[in-house]
Design a protein around this ligand. Sequence first.
Ligand code: IPM
Ligand code: MG
Length: 358
Amino acid sequence: MNYKIALIKGDGIGPEVVNEAVGVMEAVGKKFGHTFEFVDVLLGGCATDAVGKSYPDGTAEKCKACDAVLLGAVGGPKWGSDKPAEQRPETALLAIRKDLGLYANLRPAALRPAMADACPLKKETAEKGIDLMMVRELTGGIYFGKRDKYQTEDRGLEATDLMAYSEKEIERIGRRAFELARLRRKKVSSVDKANVLETSRLWRSVMHRLADEYSDVQYEDVLVDNCAMQLVRDPGQFDVVVTENMFGDILSDEASMVTGSIGLLPSASIGDTAPGLYEPIHGSAPDIAGQDKANPIATILSVAMMFRYSFQRAEEANAIEAAVDAVLAEGWRTPDIAEPGVTPIGTKEMGRLIREHI
Ligand code: IPM
Ligand code: MG
């Protein structure tokens, strides 16, 4: 096959990790007989610097002409929250998610075998294994609701952010979660705050309807505060966790830390039509940018997710994941995951070793 891939290298360590992931793709192409056409797409702080806005006109169209999008990372202190919205990298990230219809964000948090010691939880807890899939609703809720800031007569400035969800939005993300659970350990934990929020009560009622329909899948409701606690108490209990946008933002960072390093975790954002967008869940780490210190594994594993979810190529995905595990099992570590006493290797060397294993 020939695949056309949009590359959004972005800011900070983004370009470095994307370069290694592209190298891995080419190695996979050689082995399995695929070719790639790469299209560079400007988005994020680098776009603000180049053309004055973080989401240049035509960005979505360029991406839509491709089979998938690979994104490194966007953001940095240079384009902080004091800057106008159109210059902030986060604005661009939310816009591309919305414009490509990427309502389902899959964030697997798994303890890789060679990394069991990196789990900050008790040994007994880690030994039970951690392998969960966070399914975060990505184009609705408080992230996209109406915002306002206005002067009041007696309380000074006041601000509001509206959280809204429709049955339709809840149902489509719910279906994704149940379908994924069927391919895994057949359990869905739906996270909400139904004891307080109206949106959560609607969320819960739609999920219950789906739970009846997918009766072969075990289902539970979990309140978001309890979920935050359970993730550090006993993360092994979770298989698929489905939740709304902001809860998912917060819980997926927590889940990632439980597996030892945010530098290892990939993500996929998908909708009902191509292209999906694949990115590491870590940020742009401006403090180490350009120093060959970043961990490229999360981006490389995002490419594995691309093969699995956008191209339905499980064999290629497995080959990438096996190569990563083999390199980790040999003891190679970038600085973020190096145990004391281990001499770390750089971004490029990690990429090269993984390519070699493919
Ligand atoms: C994430 C990030 C983004 C989000 C930010 C950068 C807007 O934290 O992808 O989790 O909140 O969705
Ligand atoms: Mg986040």
